[in-house]
Design a protein around this ligand. Sequence first.
Ligand SMILES: Cc1cc2nc3c(=O)[nH]c(=O)nc-3n(C[C@H](O)[C@H](O)[C@H](O)COP(=O)(O)O)c2cc1C
Length: 191
Amino acid sequence: MIKDLVRKNRSYRGYDESRKITEDELKDLVDTARVAGSAANLQPLKYRLVCSEAEVAKLNGITRWGKMLKDIELPHKGKFPTAYIVICVDTDIARVPENANTDIGIAAQTILLAAVEQGLGGCMIGNYEKTQAAEALALPERFVPQLIVAIGKPDETVVLTDTGEDGSVKYYRDANDVHYVPKRKLEDILL
Ligand SMILES: Cc1cc2nc3c(=O)[nH]c(=O)nc-3n(C[C@H](O)[C@H](O)[C@H](O)COP(=O)(O)O)c2cc1C
């Protein structure tokens, strides 16, 4: 089952905007991630929940999506996520935000798997200006927004493929906007 969940948990860049996400739903996702592993059990992560239309619009405006697809603007108009969880590092706990990056990865994946289990989905977003995100959400300086996780009801098709002969890992879309994600084969990653 976990294998199915992980396969279903793709980076979605198109959402059903009519499906709003409540603060309680976001809280529950964070509550799942709250008990995940943390280096030295420091737990330096703090979470800013974003589900109001005004704040979602701000983050929609500063997050950059699918940059490898140069000619396609993503998300398409009318297909933006309806919530975000901004994973922040509390620099009173971890002075160097990058030191918490492994914790952040674990937390983000846990959040996304929990979302997928509930019929939702998301996308990790690292491509944004931290200063812009902090300003948009009026975050106190102590909290560094290190990774943004978009959440919503996916409204697009994402297909996993094996990498081909050329070994390219570049994701691509076909004429029907189906998104393909090449993954390296098992035999190619075992040392
Ligand atoms: C740490 C991290 C940061 C990412 N940042 C972005 C981003 O800024 N914008 C984006 O569109 N996708 C982002 N992604 C999603 C990746 O592009 C995606 O994981 C990759 O294309 C493989 O697709 P998959 O997640 O469906 O397997 C990020 C993923 C990770 C793990």
